[in-house]
Design a protein around this ligand. Structure first.
Ligand code: CTP
Length: 390
């Protein structure tokens, strides 16, 4: 993918050097345009060395017969301005073409135009900037909102440059194809925790990575996504449509069942506890007896309940966490729970890792083996569901 990174003179400019490095690590071809003032803050040599790319600052630079702004605007698939100052935003919102960045932006006709506003809060909240940001969105620019927190000027408020990982993810969402546009997908992820007393619980080793990958990739592919998550240490993708946090199997059951009717595809990836203590001690259980016997009772089976209630074209997908006879046991679950697809894996291999090795099994018992990063497995699963059922 060809990216033009436009850099204006926000004080967060030093972070744009790392953004460029991250873009290169993604395998993107990048060329940089810096405004004259940006080049006073950080030398173009730094950008050029880090990005191993060309850096342009001057509209009138002689580039062996090239007209830089028209050539760059034709070459780029994506145009990103980060950081974008109030001044550059004002110019872009009003069609100014007074430097190489604004001129190239004006000549850029594709839809993937992204802006990362970064400035002092009072400048950001000034009605003129608010208006310019509205206008720029009407003109087709995607605006990644700044974050709130400590600003370089010592004030606290909205205007901070977001994490570069977030910017990269935002770009990926905008440029990826959208085969799942119009689909509504609900995903569960992570373990559940079943409380014994105020300080103890029963849980499992699920990291939530597979479910989060499905939710994130589904959104990138254009779906409307709701994630119902048990407790995990993962960063929640900020761009999902709804995120519901739960602790226990019971809570997950209620939150999922309440929403299920509004979704076309239900993917139950969570490692739900099968048993929970029959009662929760109000106080911490003291170490008095030599033996402690806990009574456990079955939790509701969310997937089976969805399989029972599914209507019309709704697709229900389950996961089978197995340690032996992976495919056979999974097929048994698919039939017993009356679902459409089951994804089987050997959990002793996959838990906590960034990769997975799964078997995607449909009702006609066709088995497809998929191996890769959890993002790759998620994409393959979603595209197969879409191809075969939607
Ligand atoms: N599941 C569920 N509710 C439960 C338990 C499991 O919705 N109370 C779902 C999981 O999210 C998964 C599927 O059922 O999609 C299979 O989970 P798994 O743990 O592999 O199997 P179980 O049905 O719990 O059976 P077993 O533990 O005996 O293998």
């Amino acid at each position: 993918m060809n990216v033009v990174l436009g850099v204006s003179s926000g004080i967060a400019i030093y972070k744009a050097v790392d953004l460029l490095s991250k873009m290169r690590k993604e395998g993107w071809d990048v060329q940089v345009i810096m405004t004259e003032n940006a080049a006073k803050l950080v030398s173009p040599v730094v950008f050029s060395a880090v990005g191993n790319c060309r850096v342009f600052t001057d509209t009138y630079e002689i580039e062996s017969g090239w007209i830089i702004h028209t050539e760059l605007s034709k070459w780029a698939d994506v145009f990103v301005v980060a950081p974008a100052t109030a001044n550059t935003i004002a110019k872009l919102a009003n069609g100014f073409a007074d430097n190489l960045l604004t001129t190239t932006a004006l000549a850029f006709q594709k839809s993937s135009k992204i802006i990362v506003p970064t400035m002092n809060t009072r400048m950001y909240e000034n009605p003129v900037t608010v208006d310019n940001l509205k206008r720029i969105q009407q003109l087709g620019w995607y605006v990644l909102e700044p974050e709130s927190g400590h600003l370089a000027c010592g004030e606290v408020g909205k205007g901070r440059y977001p994490d570069n990982e977030k910017i990269i993810e935002f770009i990926k969402i905008i440029v990826s194809e959208k085969p799942l546009a119009g689909r509504r997908i609900l995903v569960t992820a992570g373990p559940t925790q079943e409380e014994i007393d105020p300080v103890r619980f029963i849980s499992n080793h699920s990291s939530g990575k597979m479910g989060y990958a499905i939710a994130r990739v589904a959104k990138m592919l254009g779906a409307q996504v709701c994630l119902v998550s048990g407790p995990t240490c993962l960063t929640v993708p900020y761009f999902l449509d709804e995120v519901v946090f739960v602790r226990s199997a019971n809570e997950m059951y209620h939150e999922v069942l309440e929403r299920a009717g509004g979704y076309d595809i239900l993917i139950m990836c969570a490692a739900v506890a099968d048993y929970a203590p029959s009662s929760r001690s109000a106080g911490k259980i003291k170490k008095i007896e030599d033996k402690l016997i806990l009574e456990l009772v079955k939790t509701p089976d969310i997937l089976a309940a969805l399989g029972q209630r599914k209507k019309g074209n709704q697709i229900v997908v389950g996961f089978a966490a197995e340690t032996e006879h992976v495919v056979e046991n999974a097929i048994e679950k698919l039939v017993k729970k009356n679902i459409d697809v089951i994804v089987a894996n050997d959990v002793s291999e996959a838990m906590g890792k960034d990769t997975n090795h799964v078997y995607i099994i449909s009702r006609n018992k066709a088995v497809v083996e998929v191996e890769g990063t959890k993002d790759e497995v998620a994409k393959e699963l979603l595209l197969r569901i879409c191809e075969n059922f939607c």
